[in-house]
Design a protein around this ligand. Structure first.
Ligand code: GTP
Ligand code: MG
Length: 548
């Protein structure tokens, strides 16, 4: 009976976690068995892209009268969806029901009137609303209600979580507060669509697709926007070659490597974004990176953007993470909690360096879940064995095949709570034999390390690569020490009597998210024991040694 109660409790818990999340990626699956409303990754991408192509982004006055504004725009056609948000000013995202409305709008939009300046006559779907003379769109007293596009402050989050009654509820609450929302997802796809219009100046049939945490289900409000310039649909590429007879082919400039071609493409597209892209500022071309990219800031959306090309493996990786996240609500919950904990304690950072990346950390969580006594998720090899002919995918010689249909994956019978899983995660990595073993989600079992590096995590698809090659010994040691502390803190929480009232003291996940002493902005936390100076100097020297 106890076992059955536990199972029912876990199932309810699963539902709480999955249902509480805004359907940022149209994710409505509950248990694995019930997949009503579940959509395959590619289907969601297509739907979102199509939605974005029918949308415009309009800068407007903060007191704009929403009703009159929408009425004014509806002369171009029915409006399907709209919302306002604050960035550098107030903006509206307006989605028309039909594509023709965009053409109609373009006909009616004026060129800006400027004095002492000149404009680049590039007509995009980023517009400004002006009120002239007797205002066509009179302002209201209060202005439109804006949808938040940023996370609440950490102190507020900690207070909120401290009031929850269980760690499982805390995780749900964390996701509700921090996860990329429906509106934020729409905005991400719209920015990609605006970028596509710029890149189309050179490659009319190109596509720009988001990948990484914008679409893999683990995105936090404010995360960067990773974009992939997809040129695969350029017509003629996949036309079958006849066996005999005449054939016409394009004359194309040749280069000595794919990498050189990618660099040339990103050079010109980067230049275009810099010179003609409205709202795109601080453009940097980082072409010598392992994966060449153009980095810039898209001011109207406040997104930090990374535009790459020829990066289909990363797209496939995003799909894999999305699939794992859809298998069970606890996967997303745990990844989310661990990623937030890691960010607060500077295990991860928004700047690249010798530390663990969010991507590596996510793979570590998945690996841990595969290794539970009752595994929560299957191995990548198992997902590969379930793949159908349509799932076959080989990218640059790498086998990226895995099943894309959730219904083909048998539900796992793990009944652990998020509290148990979180605690287990910290214990697992507190004692993991990093010196000898490699983390491998393809096999779901630790493997002998193929090279001498502090942390080895096999790249799921490019199996000869280590996704955590950048991590130095000092950062790994810090991670392990923080895991030990995390396990200890959770054990303390289990035995503590929780505070009540308006501001109970942080416990459980909330306590884990309290930054260490010395971090500004957080008051009233307990001072932690610092490691001896000799240890800190040793770790600093180690980190410097690894940077050289
Ligand atoms: P955020 O920190 O929230 O941006 O997480 P993210 O998952 O988007 O990570 P990031 O922006 O660093 O990278 C974007 C995507 O690129 C990841 O989700 C992976 O699909 C891929 N990626 C990142 N780092 C690596 C790596 O070292 N190897 C491989 N193969 N792919 C990577
Ligand atoms: Mg990212």
């Amino acid at each position: 009976l106890l076992k059955r109660i536990q199972i029912i409790d876990t199932c309810l818990q699963r539902r709480i976690v999955t249902n509480a999340v805004e359907p940022s990626n149209v994710l409505k699956n509950e248990d694995n068995g019930e997949q009503e409303g579940w959509k395959a990754f590619d289907a969601i991408q297509l739907e979102r892209q199509e939605q974005a192509e029918r949308s415009v982004l309009i800068s407007c006055h903060s007191k704009t009268n929403e009703k009159k504004f929408l009425k004014y725009l509806s002369i171009h056609g029915d409006i399907k969806n709209s919302f306002f948000y604050e960035s550098y000013g107030t903006y509206a995202v307006v989605e028309f029901a039909n594509q023709e409305s965009i053409a109609s709008l373009h006909e009616a939009v004026n060129l800006p009137v400027v004095s002492n300046e000149s404009v680049v006559p590039f007509k995009s779907r980023l517009l400004s609303l002006r009120s002239l003379g007797a205002a066509v769109v009179p302002n209201s007293q209060t202005g439109p209600k804006c949808k938040p596009q940023a996370t609440i402050p950490l102190t507020e989050l900690i207070q909120r979580l401290s009031k929850e009654e269980s760690i499982d509820h805390q995780v749900t609450s964390l996701m509700k507060a921090y996860q990329v929302t429906e509106e934020n997802t729409r905005l991400r796809f719209l920015v990609c669509s605006l970028l596509k219009d710029i890149a189309a100046a050179y490659f009319p049939e190109c596509n720009v697709r988001p990948f990484g945490s914008s679409v893999n289900g683990f995105g936090k409000l404010g995360c960067d926007l990773d974009m992939f310039l997809d040129l695969d649909s350029i017509s003629g590429r996949n036309v079958p070659m006849p066996k005999a007879g005449l054939v016409l082919e394009y004359q194309m400039k040749r280069s000595n490597s794919e990498r050189a071609v990618t660099q040339s493409i990103l050079t010109v597209v980067g230049e275009c974004v810099d010179r003609f892209g409205p709202g795109c500022v601080g453009v940097q071309k980082i072409l010598n990176a392992r994966c060449p990219l153009v980095r810039f800031s898209h001011q109207p959306s406040n997104f930090q953007c990374d535009l790459t090309a020829n990066n289909r493996v990363a797209m496939k990786t995003s799909e894999l993470l999305y699939l794992y996240g859809c298998l069970d609500g606890r996967v997303r919950g745990l990844v989310f909690a661990v990623r937030c904990w890691a960010r607060v304690h500077s295990v991860t950072s928004s700047i690249p360096g010798a530390w663990i990346s969010n991507f590596s950390l996510t793979v570590m969580v998945l690996f841990y879940l595969q290794g539970r006594a009752a595994p929560l998720i299957p191995t990548l090899d198992h997902l590969r064995s379930l793949a159908g002919p349509a799932d076959k995918s080989v990218i640059e010689g790498n086998d990226c095949t895995f099943v894309s249909d959730l219904s083909k994956i048998q539900p796992q019978d793990n009944t652990e709570t998020l509290e148990q899983l979180l605690c287990g995660f910290f214990h697992f990595y507190s004692t993991f034999p990093f010196a000898r073993k490699s983390i491998n989600i393809r096999k779901g079992k630790e493997q002998t390390k193929p090279e001498v590096v502090p942390l080895h995590i096999q790249n799921p698809f490019e199996v000869s690569l280590n996704v955590s090659k950048n991590v130095n010994a000092a950062q790994l040691e810090r991670f392990v020490a923080l895991c030990q502390e995390g396990a200890w803190q959770l054990e303390q929480s289990a035995t503590l009597t929780r505070g009540t009232g308006h501001a109970p003291s942080p416990w459980g996940l909330a306590a884990l998210l309290v930054p260490a002493a010395g971090t500004p902005g957080i008051k009233g936390r307990k001072k932690r024991k610092r490691e001896p100076a000799s240890e800190r100097i040793k770790s600093l020297l180690e980190s410097l040694k690894n940077k050289v």
